[in-house]
Design a protein around this ligand. Structure first.
Ligand SMILES: Nc1ncnc2c1ncn2[C@@H]1O[C@H](COP(=O)(O)OP(=O)(O)OP(=O)(O)O)[C@@H](O)[C@H]1O
Length: 325
């Protein structure tokens, strides 16, 4: 009898965990395919984004990023597979999906003859925001996206960075739960990139963000999770922190006071290679983090360590490896 109860409890627990996991997902892409004649723009991809996560969607040109995003925002229909946004299917509940999702397309289409303020009211009206509420939303997104000074200018008069801010503001006007941003910082200068990045960081609090980019620095600066796509297939899907720990090689740089000897370090088990960078600096490649062993040797020999640092595996090398096939 007891064992049945425990079993029931176990089954209920598993079921509850599954339901909880499902409910905490804002975006679920399942076995998605988009085919143009013989070409698979997207080839059976699956990934998920949790509430509150910022997911970097990476891949070389033509990998399938924009296609996936267009399907998730109801601009394209899939050949097969499903995309759910906050529990709504893009095919069967596209109106609900459009309410839940804010989209900044790659080429940020704007009406250049409209004033910023006027344009945001127009987009608000398309989302059926009315009266005082619409006024407040326009005010809020202008403030969030730092458009205060530019709101009475025509969009055509704005710099690229400010046009991107208008693009972001229109994506946010209806308070979407999910933000989909297709290369939001492409073609911007370094200063504008930092500005837009800060705006994304600010607005992404309490939202789920999927954004594509070619700038790996951006992923490091913003993302919780990274999904890498290549030739229409997902080749990596991992939290950023795990990704940088995945490689089975650690590089450690040490600096001693005075001339350094290689010999004692060669006997540490996990060492793969040692390079002398300068008379008092070494770069050691090892299978594991051997900093404690290094410290012990230095202590035994009476050497003074001036510095010791562990290099993280670079996202660039992970990206290169994942997309080189
Ligand atoms: N309408 C279409 N007809 C035929 N092929 C298409 C069409 N749209 C996209 N493709 C192809 O599908 C593939 C994926 O395109 P997609 O625009 O999704 O790539 P991407 O990862 O966004 O690339 P980029 O980083 O250059 O924007 C490409 O090879 C592209 O040429």
């Amino acid at each position: 009898m007891i064992s049945i109860n425990i079993q029931n409890f176990y089954i209920f627990g598993k079921y509850f965990t599954k339901v909880y996991q499902y409910l905490s997902m804002s975006l679920i892409v399942k076995d998605l395919v988009k085919q143009y004649r013989e070409q698979f723009a997207v080839n059976h991809i699956s990934f998920e984004a949790k509430k509150g996560q910022i997911v970097g969607f990476l891949g070389p040109n033509g990998a399938g990023k924009s296609t996936t995003m267009k399907i998730a925002t109801c601009y394209l229909t899939p050949t097969s597979g499903t995309v759910e946004v906050c529990g709504y299917d893009v095919l069967t509940s596209s109106l609900e999906v459009r309410k839940k999702v804010g989209y900044l397309p790659e080429h940020n289409p704007l009406y250049l003859d409209m004033y910023v303020h006027e344009y945001l009211h127009f987009i608000g009206s398309l989302h059926q925001l009315k009266g005082v509420f619409r006024n407040e939303r326009v005010k809020k997104v202008i403030e969030l996206c730092g458009l205060g000074k530019e709101q009475h200018k025509k969009i055509g008069m704005l710099s690229k960075g400010y046009r991107q801010r208008v693009g972001l503001a229109q994506a946010l006007i209806h308070e979407p739960e999910v933000l989909i941003l297709d290369e939001p910082t492409s073609a911007l200068d370094p200063l504008q990139i930092i500005e837009i990045r800060n705006v994304i960081k600010e607005v992404s609090k309490e939202k789920t963000v999927l954004f594509s980019t070619h700038i790996l620095q951006e992923v490091k600066a913003l993302c919780d999770r990274v999904v890498i796509i290549n030739l229409g297939k997902i080749v990596k899907d991992s939290p950023l922190s795990d990704l940088q720990l995945q490689k089975d090689e650690v590089k450690i740089q040490i600096e001693l006071e005075g001339e350094i000897e290689i010999e004692p370090f060669k006997h540490i088990n996990a060492v793969i290679d040692i390079q002398k960078i300068s008379p008092n600096k070494l770069l050691i490649k090892a299978q594991t983090d051997i900093r404690p062993e290094i410290s012990k040797i230095a202590l035994e020999k009476g050497w003074l360590i001036l510095g010791m640092s562990k290099e993280e595996t670079s996202l660039e090398s992970i990206f290169q490896e994942a997309t080189s096939k």
